[in-house]
Design a protein around this ligand. Structure first.
Ligand code: FAD
Length: 412
């Protein structure tokens, strides 16, 4: 390849960073690739951390995106356990915490995000944990002895998945949520009501609309004090109240940021030779005509592929509608699209059963679907969402019309 860069450095050895490296090699790039990660592990997938791995049903090595010998075989230098501390765009260097300087022609920032801290007293007590990394789950697993009292703060996907595993491990589980509905940031009220019921039936104490005052305990957490004075007893606490993008390195280097590192459709930042991908990227959401930050495996993989294609000068990989999944108990929730802004919600199937789908429409077009144990609804729904197709609500609710037929009619 003439004019190809000689050195690509990737900051962040995670889903997006790993993918960018693999896609560069797959695309025929022959120059140097260095991935720098602050965690000790090679790039790994996080979804099982709150599911099979927490439950003890998966070995750590199975989380790795590639076997360890991939990196030597494909000449991808992997530096782990060393944070990058500075990006020098004038000299085109990345500086690591131990002073190492890495030169780059193209740089990919894939630093992901970190859990938000709870701004209440006692948040630094022992036993108050979060769930982002392998090390976090290994700590959680040691705390999750049968019978232990686990308090989960935040009923988002990660909190609810961990709560489900907690019950399956025989823990006493309480979920404290500030909003009047679980999953309120990511799904509509039908899905929220369904999961509240499922968790309650499994024996979890779900408290909605709760305001926290402090963590109590001497050195180690023993309870969570709520507004009004009630104390919920806890042997340990898992805080899952959302994440913040790790954008400071970019910001300090003068790269434009919003609530994420601003990139164009090629994942290119305000610096022409610097790209960003994954949780940290504030990217065009082409299906919705706006920009935003997504937190999903699909977004990280897609972003890594797009950045690699841009560096290779190759064509843009096809864009799918954003998608995500969550496993809780025997339920697989698959979601495509972004539901905010919907003006009509249509339920297909029985929300009281354990297989149904919620379709979200805006001005007659399908903008998102949440499918519980309903693969056809998800698979066809994802295509319809990507096309922002017009779909008749009457057809969506009618189970006698197959999703295949609905898809064929709407997509022509
Ligand atoms: P990450 O995979 O987090 O990688 C970023 C890496 O960069 C991290 O290792 C970080 O420590 C490192 N880093 C940060 N700063 C520096 C620095 N200065 N120097 C060096 N390294 C640095 N998504 C789904 O689609 N489905 C799911 O079911 C699902 N479940 C999840 C469950 C859990 C418990 C978690 C935490 C996430 C889950 N996600 C899920 C979200 C998904 O895993 C993330 O969106 C995805 O990992 C983002 O990829 P990324 O490469 O942007 O960030």
């Amino acid at each position: 390849m003439s004019g190809a860069p000689q050195r690509v450095v990737i900051i962040g050895a995670g889903q997006a960073g790993g993918q960018a490296a693999y896609s560069l090699r797959l695309g025929g790039y022959e120059g140097a690739i260095t991935i720098v990660g602050d965690e000790p592990a090679p790039p790994y997938q996080r979804p099982p951390l709150s599911k099979a791995y927490f439950k003890g049903e998966m070995e750590a090595e199975r989380l790795f995106l590639k076997p360890l010998d991939y990196y030597a075989e494909h000449k991808v230098e992997l530096i782990t356990g060393k944070p990058a501390t500075r990006i020098d765009t004038a000299r085109k260097q990345v500086v690591l915490a131990d002073g190492t300087q890495l030169d780059w022609d193209k740089l990919i920032i894939a630093t992901g995000s970190r859990p938000r801290k709870l701004p209440i007293p006692g948040a630094d007590l022992e036993g108050v944990t979060e769930l982002r990394t392998l090390a976090d789950v290994d700590r959680l697993k040691r705390l999750a002895a049968p019978g232990a009292k686990m308090v989960v703060i935040g009923a988002g996907y990660i909190g609810l998945e961990a709560a489900a595993v907690g019950r399956q491990l025989g823990l006493t589980v309480t979920v404290l949520e500030a909003m009047p509905q679980v999953l309120s940031r990511v799904a509509g009220p039908e899905i929220g009501a369904f999961y509240t019921r499922v968790h309650r039936e499994a024996g979890t104490d779900i408290r909605l609309g709760v305001k926290l005052e402090a963590f109590e305990g001497l050195g180690r957490v023993s309870g969570v004090r709520l507004a009004g004075g009630e104390v919920v007893a806890a042997d340990f606490v898992l805080a899952g109240i959302g994440v913040l993008p790790n954008l400071e390195l970019a910001q300090e280097a003068g790269i434009a940021c919003a609530n994420g590192i601003i990139v164009d459709e090629h994942m290119r930042t305000s610096h022409p030779d610097v790209f960003a991908a994954g949780d940290v990227a504030w990217r065009p959401l082409v299906h919705y005509g706006r920009e935003g930050r997504l937190e999903s495996v699909h977004n990280a993989i897609e972003g890594g592929k797009i950045a690699a294609a841009a560096i290779l000068g190759a064509g843009q990989p096809p864009l799918e509608a954003p998608w995500f999944w969550s496993d809780q108990f025997d339920l697989k929730l698959q979601t495509a699209g972004l539901w905010t802004g919907a003006d009509l919600t249509v339920v297909r199937g029985d929300a009281n059963g354990r297989a149904f789908a919620v379709f979200y429409l805006k001005e007659g077009r399908l903008i998102a679907v949440d499918a519980v144990n309903s693969a056809p609804e998800f698979i066809v729904g994802k295509k319809l969402v990507a096309a922002q197709a017009r779909v008749a609500p009457g057809e969506l609710v009618d189970k006698s019309i197959s999703m295949k037929d609905i898809g064929a009619r709407a997509l022509g």
